[in-house]
Design a protein around this ligand. Structure first.
Ligand code: GTP
Length: 370
């Protein structure tokens, strides 16, 4: 079965984590997000996959190559300039000659894809769209269906007063190849605003497949952190590197943990991490390879990418620290702070309230004080 994954967006809302790498390559529990998606597709025998790439394409291609290392066959459809979700599918038209799946490249879901395909076939649909319930649908595309599942209306980001359903577009579709004729070539086209409303208008068989399976879009930092939380708490199922060494604690080889350090799971330690004297790591927390945690330092509900160095008596809570960031003694980082790669923060600073530091930022000692 074929699928196309849309991975060409710039991931602006996830900045600064996406300044150096595209959103599908951000690590999720120490492995690129896209690898988690491929795991899920493989489980449902979807192994012939086209990646529609545009932003930082070489970061994706140089990691995944032809997919053989990941148990799938990967090819690439490259856009010179972003063509949008529909334009990207149209760009891959020569390779799409049978029923195919389309995935947004930032969705993590346990949705039963095999069942969705059976639903599509039973209904003799030309297009099917997965629908997931959310508490506040105003930031999403709301989809109204009748009792048979026929899509009746497709409303992008409705205002609160006009919301009529809390089932939203889950960013997973099945399309018949003849629909590609409805997408104009070589122009920017969004399926959400172009193709889908057109299908509704023209009465082309278009069905909504409702599912209560786990679903999250990692497009914003809070949800990126939430996905880690949910995987480590067992709410979302994912495979990640590391061996289980105790209840809710996994680690890769080469870690050195001081006997006085406390690790309270769920915690995942990448390879070669060093945890200092009296340090405290409490979950759900993930440390990437090569992190060094200084004496007396505490890390709580946080995600550290690779080679992050924390000095003595540092506190990191509910925040994300990018590759090679270095934090001085007694600094406090909390409340959804997002530090990108290669940031250097001196000692005795307090970073909180969702502060975002761009790659290579430097903050001197005691500049943002308590
Ligand atoms: P923001 O800039 O934060 O909106 O993120 P985004 O554009 O990367 O993601 P968005 O949620 O808007 O798009 C949904 C999916 O479609 C993501 O996986 C994007 O990578 C992908 N996508 C969006 N625009 C394009 C495009 O022009 N070309 C391709 N190939 N993919 C796209």
């Amino acid at each position: 079965m074929k699928a196309i994954i849309l991975v060409g967006g710039e991931g602006l809302r996830l900045r600064p984590l996406t300044c150096n790498i595209p959103k599908p390559m951000v690590p999720v529990v120490n492995k690129p997000f896209l690898e988690h998606m491929l795991d899920n597709l493989r489980r449902h025998h979807i192994d012939d996959i086209i990646l529609a790439i545009c932003y930082l394409p070489e970061r994706i291609q140089s990691h995944l190559h032809n997919g053989s290392g990941f148990g799938v066959n990967l090819t690439y459809a490259v856009e010179e300039t972003p063509l949008g979700t529909g334009g990207a599918v149209k760009n891959a038209e020569p390779s799409l000659d049978d029923t195919f799946f389309v995935f947004n490249g930032d969705i993590f879901s346990d949705l039963n894809l095999s069942e969705m395909l059976a639903f599509h076939r039973e209904h003799k649909a030309k297009a099917s769209i997965a629908l997931t319930p959310v508490e506040d649908p105003t930031a999403y595309g709301v989809v109204e269906t009748d009792s048979d599942g026929n899509v009746k209306a497709f409303i992008e980001k409705p205002s609160r007063e006009t919301v009529t359903s809390n089932f939203i577009n889950a960013g997973i579709y099945i399309l018949e190849p003849e629909l590609l004729e409805l997408i104009p070539p070589n122009v920017h086209h969004m399926v959400e605003r172009g193709l889908f409303p057109q299908l509704v208008q023209q009465g082309i068989p278009f069905y909504g497949y409702r599912s209560n399976a786990y679903w999250i879009d990692i497009g914003v930092p809070d949800d990126y952190l939430k996905l880690h939380h949910d995987i480590l708490m067992g709410k979302a199922i994912a495979r990640f590197p590391g061996k289980s060494i105790a209840d809710d604690i996994w680690r890769e080889d080469g870690c050195e943990i001081h006997p006085s350090a406390k690790i309270i799971g769920p915690v995942v330690l990448g390879r070669d991490c060093i945890i200092g004297k009296d340090a405290r790591i409490s979950g759900p927390t993930v440390l990437g390879a090569g992190c060094a945690i200084g004496p007396g330092t505490s890390v709580d509900e946080a995600v550290l990418w690779q080679n992050v160095k924390l000095g003595a008596d540092v506190t990191v809570r509910n925040s994300v620290l990018g590759n090679n960031s270095s934090i001085g003694d007694s600094t406090w980082i909390s409340d959804g702070a997002i530090l990108s790669d290669d940031t250097v923060v001196g000692s005795s600073n307090k970073l909180e309230h969702g502060i975002r530091l761009w790659p290579g930022s430097t903050i001197q000692d005691s500049s943002i004080s308590f």
